[in-house]
Design a protein around this ligand. Structure first.
Ligand code: ADP
Ligand code: ADP
Length: 225
C-alpha cells in the first residue's frame, strides 16, 4: 500500500528537485502492476522507496500491513543492469541469499536447481556471468530474486538493455513464471506496449516540463488474466 509517497531531493547547494509528487495506490496480492511513464517522472524513485533503498519525503509504504523500513528479503529486486556477483557462478549467485539466511546446503542446491530449470538455465550452473549473454544474465537475476521467495518482485526496466527478440522471450518467460508461481509484481517501464502486454493493472505517471503529475491505475481486462 503506497500512501501519499513523495520524494524531493535537495542538493548540497539547497536546490530542490521534486522527483515524485504524492502517490497513492494499492497493489493486491498476485497483481502484475506496471508503472508506466516517460523518463524522469519518478518511476525508479518510487520503486527504490518500496524496495527500502531510499526513503520518502512524505507518506509511507506498507507491505502486508507493516511499514517498510530499509531493504528486506520480502522484496526481490531486478534492475536493468544485471547486478550479478561477477566472481560467483550462476548457481552461487542464485544461492547467495539462501546461504546468507543460513539455509542448509542441500536445500539451497535443490531450490537453486528448481529456479535454474524454471528460467531455462540448466547446463549453465557453473558458468560465470560474463560468459553468458545479457538475456541469460537477466534470467539469473530473476531466478535469484525468486529463490528468496519474496512477497513482491520489484523490477526496474528489467529488459531495457536487451535486444527486441530477447526481450519478447523474457516477457513470455516472466509471465509464465508469474502465472505458475502466483507472484506479486511491480514492473517499471517507459515502453507502453510492454506495460500493456505484461500487466493486469497499469499505473500511469505523466511528466510535463516543470511539473510532475501522477495518475494511477488503469485496470486491463486482458484475456491472459
Ligand atoms: P524515472 O525512473 O521515471 O526515469 P527517476 O525516478 O529516476 O525517474 O527520477 C525522477 C527525477 O528525480 C528526475 O528528474 C531525476 O533526475 C531526479 N532524481 C532521481 N534521483 C535523484 C537523486 N539521487 N538526486 C537528485 N535528483 C534525483
Ligand atoms: P537468451 O538471451 O534468450 O537467453 P541468447 O540469445 O543469449 O538467448 O542465447 C541463445 C542460445 O545460445 C542459448 O539458448 C544458449 O544455448 C546459447 N549460448 C549463449 N551463450 C552461451 C555460452 N556462453 N556458451 C554456450 N552457449 C551459449
Amino acid at each position: 500500500s503506497i500512501q501519499g509517497v513523495s520524494r524531493t531531493f535537495v542538493s548540497p547547494k539547497g536546490q530542490a528537485t521534486q522527483a515524485l509528487l504524492p502517490v497513492d495506490f494499492d497493489v493486491q496480492e498476485n497483481d502484475f502492476v506496471t508503472i508506466l511513464g516517460p523518463s524522469g517522472c519518478g518511476k525508479s524513485t518510487l520503486l527504490r522507496i518500496v524496495a527500502g533503498l531510499d526513503h520518502p519525503s512524505s507518506g509511507r509504504v506498507l507491505l502486508g500491513g507493516r511499514p517498510v523500513e530499509g531493504p528486506g528479503a520480502d522484496r526481490g529486486m531486478v534492475f536493468q543492469s544485471y547486478t550479478l556477483f561477477p566472481w560467483l557462478t550462476i548457481e552461487q549467485n542464485i544461492r547467495f541469499g539462501l546461504r546468507e539466511r543460513g539455509m542448509p546446503e542441500a536445500q539451497q542446491k535443490e531450490r537453486a536447481a528448481y529456479f535454474i530449470a524454471k528460467v531455462g538455465l540448466r547446463g549453465f550452473e557453473q558458468h560465470f556471468p560474463k560468459q553468458l549473454s545479457g538475456g541469460m544474465q537477466q534470467r539469473t537475476a530473476i531466478a535469484r530474486a525468486l529463490a528468496n521467495d519474496p512477497k513482491i518482485l520489484l523490477m526496474d526496466e528489467p529488459f531495457g538493455a536487451l535486444d527486441n527478440q530477447t526481450r519478447v522471450l523474457m516477457q513470455e518467460l516472466l509471465l509464465g513464471i508469474w502465472e505458475a508461481e502466483r507472484k506479486t509484481v511491480m514492473f517499471v517501464t517507459h515502453d507502453i506496449d510492454e506495460a500493456i502486454f505484461m500487466a493486469n493493472r497499469v499505473a500511469v505517471f505523466s511528466a510535463r516540463p516543470g511539473r510532475i503529475k501522477t495518475e494511477i491505475a488503469v485496470e486491463l481486462p486482458h484475456p491472459r488474466h
